[in-house]
Every structure is written in C-alpha cells, then in structure tokens.
Design a protein around this ligand. Structure first.
Ligand SMILES: Cc1cc2nc3c(=O)[nH]c(=O)nc-3n(C[C@H](O)[C@H](O)[C@H](O)COP(=O)(O)OP(=O)(O)OC[C@H]3O[C@@H](n4cnc5c(N)ncnc54)[C@H](O)[C@@H]3O)c2cc1C
Length: 429
C-alpha cells in the first residue's frame, strides 16, 4: 500500500500502542512507535530468571475467543493461531475444576447457587439493571459467597473488574467469556512480542526503543514530542503510555497525582521457580479469597515451571514508605505466598522467589499505580475529551473496563485508527 506522508507518533508500546501501530500502518500512514523500555508489551510483560531457566509472564493472558479476529486483522494469522482454549479454572475451596464454557459452567454453578440466583445469572433481564456489582450482590443475590467466589472472582481477574464496576459491564463480560469459554496463548509472551515486532516492522512501522517521551506540546497545527535525545514533530500523536506527562504538560489545571492514586488497586506478585517435576497443570488458575484479607490467584507455566501468585493491594500503601518497611513488606508477602503454595499444592521445591510490588512496576512502565488493568474513571473526563481540546491527540492506553485488556485495547485501537484517518483526511481536503 502507498504510504501517506503524514507523521503519526505513537507513544508507548503497550497493547494499545501495538494494535494502533498495526491498524494505522495498514491504512498506509507513516508510523513511529516510541517506547521508553527495552521491550515491547508494556504491562503484558515477562522476565527471565536464573540464566533463562524460569520465564515469568506477569499476566495469565485470559482472553475471550472474539479476540482472534482482532489479532488476525492486526498481526496476521500467525498471532490469531496462537489462541487456544484454557482447559480449566480451578476453584480451590470446592476442589473443583471447570471449563468456562456455558454448558459446563451452568452445571457447575447449579450445584452451588440456589435456583433463584442461578436464574438471575442467566436471565437477559438482569443485564440492564443500573447497579454496581457490590449493590447487586447485596440487594439481589442470596448466596453471596458462591456468587462472589465462583463468578465474580474469575471475571474480575480476566477483565480487571472491581466491586464498584457496573453490573452491566459484569454481565457483558460474562456473556463474552461464556460464548466459547476462556482462551490463552500457546507461546509465551516473549515469543508473541517478537512476532508482533517482526510483523509491524514488515509493515513499515519504525520502532524506537529506550525513548522516553518527556514533554509534549501543541505548536501551531502540529504536536511537538520531546525525548531526552530528539524532538519529533507529528500531525497526530497517540498516547498509549501513563497519562502523567500529557497531563502535566497539557492539563495543568488537573491535579493529576491526586486523581490517579486515590481509587486504584494494584497487583503485587510473587514469582516462584519450582525445581523438578510437578504435576501442576498448565493454564490452571487457583482462586482464593482472602486468606489473610488479601485476594489473589495463581497461574502456572508448565514449560518453565514458573508459578506466580498475584494479590490485590492498594498502590497508595506502597508509595512513600521507607526502605526498611519496603523490605519487610516484601518479605512478608513472600512468606505469605510460600504458605499458600504449601496449603494448595503441598510441598514444592521452590528454587527461586522474587516479589514485584507497585513500586517495581512503576520503575519499568512508569505507571504510578503499579500493575493495573487500566486507569479508572477519575481520569476519564480528561482522557475521553483530549482530542476535543487538542485535535490530533488521542489516548490509546487502557482506561476503565471497556477499554482494557487485550480485547479492550484492540477495540480502542481500531476506533482510534478510524478517527485518525478521518482527522488527517479532513485536514488534506
Ligand atoms: C498482572 C496483570 C494481569 C493481567 N491479566 C490480563 C488478562 O488475563 N487478560 C487481559 O486481557 N488483560 C490482562 N491484563 C490487562 C492488560 O495487560 C492491560 O490492560 C494492557 O496491557 C494495558 O495496555 P496499555 O496499552 O494501556 O499499555 P501499558 O501496558 O500501560 O503500556 C504502556 C507503555 O508505555 C511505555 N511508556 C510509559 N511512559 C512512557 C514515556 N514517557 N515514553 C515512552 N514510553 C512510555 C511503558 O514502558 C509501556 O511499555 C492484566 C494486567 C496485569 C497488570
């Protein structure tokens, strides 16, 4: 396809930035992708430990099957062929494994929820109620524990839902997964990112790593992007990174730091490398509610014998603590994870353990909040109207529940690519 001579810069090579780069280059635009880290993927990241013996993928990458068509359109069938069904979700309290397919799941739920609750869950009438998940649970569900543990928890981990999310989003998510069950990727995330990079480069996308954007400014009809080593002028900028810089530069009136930190919960992760053979199966999630008031889950990669325990916490709790408290907290998390491992899996030979806190994540991705699904509603008023105040500037990072996770980012990127095309075409008339 003939390249159209308009400069589009995408800041941040998270999922939003990567999908956007794919769609826009397919439309024939000249795209430059700037990433501050030395890896693509953003929060969809990984690390090797002990001389590449263990690969830890930060996320389990649970996705609905409908992602497949977006992967194919953006990155070709090499990526969409990667999707495989998740064999099962394991509910430890009940010692029961279940696929997330509607038929299986319905049978499973019927032995734990009363008939009234069950009817509600599968009734289309319930999908339009204007309540938060928390209020819905309080007001309409009898067996709250079962609903919480067996439906809410797996969905919240697969879509970043919280109890404050609307029940409509909750049911939309449930419907999305129940169609065909949960899916995951065959290859580890580092392999997927390599494939994505090759694909984008073949489409002509210029990818610049280790380029942290420090400022952005409107200069006449263009946007001026400043990294530590260069200045780039662009017709259009898609901002897929932490909104901090755009906010500080373009919205001095918004008290961004306070806005961003008040509500957000983040994930702490304990990564464990298991020595020797284990009989833990690949892609099985063990959900557990509040062993000591925390909530979390395990995901295991059998190819690398890597086990990750993720637990929810408030990112604010990890801000501004002194070094000693920081170390003590990390080691208490480690002990907690080891105890849980023993409880659920029995004695395992744990060769390696490392803790990642919101602070660790901030160091790598510049997210104030640590490991999150997307920025929550506090910022939405600015993020959704950015293009009105600054024509040609779009936010393509995760926000809210609709636009987060693999599917959400693919959808947002597609919508935004269309908007960019219209904007640039109008300008050239
Ligand atoms: C632990 C965990 C588990 C998850 N599990 C799932 C799951 O099972 N299924 C699912 O669908 N989703 C899951 N998600 C959600 C999903 O990973 C995120 O919604 C998605 O990755 C967010 O993408 P993003 O485009 O907002 O970019 P981010 O991931 O936020 O990436 C932003 C990028 O911008 C870069 N950057 C930041 N500042 C600058 C700067 N100034 N200049 C240049 N670059 C910059 C960063 O280095 C980063 O690469 C999970 C998330 C987490 C944290």
């Amino acid at each position: 396809m003939k390249t159209q001579a308009k400069q589009i810069v995408i800041v941040g090579a998270g999922l939003g930035g990567l999908f956007s780069a794919a769609y826009l280059s397919q439309l024939g635009f000249k795209v430059t992708l700037l990433e501050s880290h030395n890896k693509l993927g953003g929060l969809a990241t990984w690390y090797y430990r002990l001389d590449r013996k263990y690969l830890f993928s930060v996320s389990p990458h649970i996705v609905p099957k409908s992602l497949s068509k977006y992967l194919r359109q953006a990155f070709g069938s090499e990526l969409s062929d990667e999707l495989i069904p998740y064999p099962q979700i394991y509910f430890h309290k009940l010692n029961h494994a279940c696929s997330f397919k509607k038929s299986d799941y319905q049978i499973f739920l019927s032995s734990h929820l009363g008939s009234q609750d069950l009817e509600r869950v599968f009734s289309p009438v319930e999908r339009d109620i204007d309540l938060s998940i928390k209020d819905y649970l309080d007001k309409r569900i009898e067996n709250k524990d079962a609903f919480y543990n067996l439906i809410y928890l797996p969905l919240s981990h697969a879509k970043g839902l919280s109890l404050d999310s609307s029940i409509q989003t909750f049911y939309q998510t449930l419907d999305l997964f129940l169609e065909d069950g949960c899916f995951g990727f065959k290859s580890p995330i580092d392999v997927l990112m390599k494939k994505i990079k090759t694909h984008l480069e073949a489409q002509g996308v210029e990818i610049k790593m280790n380029k942290k954007v420090e400022h952005i400014q409107k200069v006449q009809n263009l946007l001026k992007i400043q990294t530590h080593s260069e200045t780039i002028m662009a017709d259009v900028v898609l901002w897929g990174a932490t909104p901090q810089i755009v906010f500080n530069d373009l919205y001095p009136e918004a008290n961004f730091k306070e806005l961003s930190l008040t509500k957000t919960v983040s994930l702490n992760q304990v990564a464990m490398g298991i020595r020797g053979d284990t009989n833990l199966s690949q892609h099985t999630l063990f959900l557990n509610k509040a062993e000591d008031s925390r909530e979390g889950y395990f995901h295991f990669n059998s190819e690398f014998s890597s086990l990750i325990y993720s637990s929810l916490d408030k990112s604010t709790d990890w801000k501004n603590i002194d070094e000693t408290t920081y170390k003590t907290r990390k080691s208490s998390l480690m002990d907690h994870a080891h105890k849980l491992v023993e409880k659920f899996y029995g004695k395992l030979d744990i060769e390696f353990t490392e803790v990642s806190s919101p602070k660790t994540v901030e160091a790598f991705t510049h997210h104030y909040h640590g490991a999150i699904f997307g920025h929550k509603s506090d910022l939405d008023q600015y993020l959704t109207t950015m293009e009105d105040k600054y024509p040609g500037l779009y936010f393509v990072g995760a926000r809210g529940e609709d636009f987060s996770g693999w599917l959400g980012m693919a959808k947002l990127a597609k919508l935004t690519a269309n908007k960019c095309q219209n904007f640039l075409m109008e300008g050239s008339l």
